[in-house]
Design a protein around this ligand. Sequence first.
Ligand code: FES
Ligand code: FES
Length: 167
Amino acid sequence: MKTKVTLNLNGNQVSGTVENRTLLVDFLRNDCGKTGTHIGCDTSQCGACVVHVNGKSVKSCTILAIQAQNAKVLTIEGVAPDEDQLHPMQDAFRTHHGLQCGFCTSGMIMSALELVERIPDPTDRQIADWLEGNLCRCTGYLNIVKAVKAGAEAMRSQAPRSEQNRQ
Ligand code: FES
Ligand code: FES
């Protein structure tokens, strides 16, 4: 059985008709061309597929595309302010060598962004705990923690004053 799925993807309305069993990650990659969202396992353990659904980080291999009907979905392709500029968290991963092969990186960044949303100045322990659902085979994690800390700091310094006052 097929269903038409419509959602807001990185600020744009997209639609596609999919088998009901289609996973959100497959819809994003195959139907929407958002291949920055990766598939690193078939056991829902690696976190390479993390995207935001209505502002929350979600492993997109764990939900069906039809469950995201009318949702706001943000993928790594939608985080930078424009084509010529990285998001501060992306920039921090680059500057602090938070990646090697990069396969885990989009999921790491999407998870990190929700962490910073919840805890603007996270400790190393909070970062490590938050990212326990994101696996990296390359870096040994230390530089990822450094990158998230630096990314959080950059995001705080870029936050409008009114937003800082609320924190
Ligand atoms: S692809 Fe590994 S957790 Fe989703
Ligand atoms: S950078 Fe290679 S898996 Fe994390």
